[in-house]
Design a protein around this ligand. Sequence first.
Ligand SMILES: [Zn+2]
Length: 104
Amino acid sequence: MADETYISSPVHCDTHPVKHPDGPAVNAAYDARTVQGFWAYLCESCFSEWGIGLGTGKGQRLIIGEKPKPDPQRTRTQIHALLEAGEWGMAEELAGEEGLDKYL
Ligand SMILES: [Zn+2]
């Protein structure tokens, strides 16, 4: 799984109010597992204090917005480069379900 996750709108840091009960809400930068074991939305400073890292089962960096669709022109260029290098397996993997034919 990726180290990043896409969300449609900003969320607040869950643990910030623990340290700063009277402070303003802070936008989270991570959806991450904490050293205490629970998952929370964390800002940069809370993540550096309580986060255990990024990756599957640990945490993901939050990105606001839509996940970008792969650019077909760019994919085509990459696939042609892979084929020229003799990397058929990687080219097929990059082409995905639609298959290599679409890019040749
Ligand atoms: Zn925080």
